[in-house]
Ligand binder design. Structure first.
Ligand SMILES: Nc1nc2c(c(=O)[nH]1)N[C@H]1C(S)=C(S)[C@@H](COP(=O)(O)OP(=O)(O)OC[C@H]3O[C@@H](n4cnc5c(N)ncnc54)[C@H](O)[C@@H]3O)O[C@H]1N2
Ligand code: MOO
Length: 463
């Protein structure tokens, strides 16, 4: 129970992360449903990476499309070679030679008793053959020259049917290859090619506008005026938008000036979502809150979420129905807010079936404090084997024991990977430089005020 009025005010107004996310995803679900239909494009397989499937894909071709050899060797009739040994090889007449891609194999005369065909990996199995003997188990036979048949000695017998890859054992015509909502990567595109497709139906890539607000913001690399800082959030957000499979409609940096924001809102490029950074808190110049919170440009709600960093959040729609996010300006808060709310929303807008990031359990290598009552989303890095080696060297130098500090081992006694805060400064939401070393975000539940070495935490793994 909160003990003071101030504390009560703080905790009473915090919305659980799951509740805010559910609200965002509900709104995105409605938008995606409205977009469905007009939003399908057909792209060539070579252009499909990173796109989201708009419809499930079934096999048009069997895989393999025909029975073929898994080995370079000789296609035989098993009954002819059963019992062959090095001491008592079986000699067969080589009547044909089949390379991968060979035409006409299916029409060849069936192998007769005592006959074999030389065959290469991937070549169709000729009629009559039921087994392939790898070349290593033969004397190698001899090349067929013209129609002068040669002989091959078989030294041992595989099981009947061995080394033949059967038509359809991977996919039969009509088998489901890819589910609607799947994000297409190299493996999925290759699977579609195998299944006989040349193009795939994908959802249109949402276009997202990024607006960084703040009178202190300067172009990165330019000399800084007094009180100015390089604008890192524009780059962060534009990059995260692209990583989430979207196109960047425009990137805008503007000072804390309500008139400039109103002008931009009136003249902006058409897009599917807008993401603001900065100006959502309670500061005197918090321009996003002032303009969007007034209701003059749409319906945007400003809330405080039980999360650290990234507590102040804005979400809603602009006057034309475009969804809009207002993220708190601190760079780590931007990264975390994007990860927790915006990325799932943009994936949902694309029709992705899975909007969750992969999670792993990890063991804390060096502890940190966490604000009780809020979900802490802490940038962490995995302890690497290199760090282990460095620690070994340090330990060697410091003592004769020469063993690595347990805190530096890449896995803990449980076999879980170990994590430590990515920023040497800890959990501050301004530690933008430290964010660059993050491999993931550790999720520290609301009821904890700290984590200690050896504790287990769940980590969202970044690509
Ligand atoms: N009285 C209170 N003050 C603040 C509260 C609060 O509850 N009461 N919350 C704090 C928290 S937590 C956050 S997060 C920030 C969020 O404020 P804003 O969204 O209004 O963000 P700004 O004030 O515009 O900026 C915060 C911080 O981030 C830096 N920044 C902003 N944009 C960029 C950019 N594009 N690139 C790099 N850095 C950026 C900015 O210079 C500020 O230092 O409010 C706290 N205050
Ligand atoms: O939400 Mo703020 O990000 O804690 O700094």
């Amino acid at each position: 129970m909160p003990s003071t009025r101030a504390e009560f005010h703080e905790t009473a107004t915090l919305i659980p992360v799951a509740q805010h996310l559910a609200r965002v995803l509900r709104a995105m679900g409605d938008l995606a449903a409205r977009r469905a239909g007009d939003d399908v494009e057909h792209v060539r397989l070579a252009d499909a990476a990173g796109r989201t499937l708009a419809a499930s894909v079934d096999a048009r071709l069997a895989s393999p499309p025909f029975d073929n050899s898994a080995m370079d060797g000789f296609a035989v009739r098993w009954a002819d070679v059963a019992g062959a040994t090095p001491e008592h090889p079986v000699a067969l007449r080589v009547v044909d030679d089949h390379a991968a891609g060979a035409a006409g194999v299916a029409d060849a005369a069936p192998l007769g008793p005592g006959e074999a065909a030389r065959i290469m990996t991937g070549a169709p199995v000729p009629p009559g053959a039921d087994t392939v003997v790898p070349v290593e188990r033969t004397d190698g036979g001899a090349t067929v020259q013209g129609d002068h048949a040669q002989r091959v000695a078989i030294f041992s017998t595989p099981d009947r049917g061995r080394h033949i890859r059967r038509a359809g054992e991977d996919l039969r015509v009509g088998d489901r290859v890819l589910e609607v909502g799947t994000v297409l990567g190299a493996r999925q595109v290759a699977g579609a090619a195998t299944a006989g497709h040349a193009t795939l139906p994908v959802t249109r890539m949402p276009r997202v506008s990024v607006v960084a607000t703040g009178s202190e913001l300067a172009e990165p690399g330019e000399p800084l005026g007094p009180g100015h800082i390089p604008d890192s959030n524009s780059l962060l957000l534009a990059g995260l938008v692209r990583e989430a499979g979207c196109l960047v409609a425009e990137v805008v940096r503007m000072p804390d000036d309500a008139e400039q924001l109103r002008t931009w809102l009136a003249e902006r490029q058409p897009c599917d979502a807008v993401v603001f950074s900065g100006g959502v808190s309670v500061g005197a110049y918090d321009v996003v809150r002032r303009v969007l919170g007034s209701g003059e440009s749409g319906a945007v709600e400003f809330v405080r979420v039980a999360m650290q960093p990234g507590s102040p959040q804005a979400f809603g729609v602009l006057a034309d129905g475009t969804p809009v996010f207002g993220l708190p300006g601190n760079p780590v808060a931007v990264a975390v807010s994007f990860e927790v709310f915006v990325r799932p929303a943009l994936l949902a807008l694309q029709g992705r079936c899975d909007v969750r990031r992969r999670r792993v359990l990890a063991q804390v290598a060096s502890g940190w404090a966490s604000p009780a009552g809020r979900l802490q989303v802490m940038p962490v890095s995995f302890v690497t084997p290199d760090a282990d080696a460095d620690a070994d060297a340090d330990a060697d130098a410091a003592s004769d024991a020469g063993s690595a500090s347990p805190a530096e081992s890449p896995t803990g006694p449980t076999g879980l990977p170990r994590v430590r805060p990515a920023a040497s400064g800890g959990a501050g939401s301004h530690l933008s430089g430290g964010l660059a070393g993050a491999d993931g975000f550790a999720l520290v539940p609301e009821h904890l005020a700290s984590v200690a070495p050896g504790d287990t935490v769940e980590v969202l793994v970044l690509p």
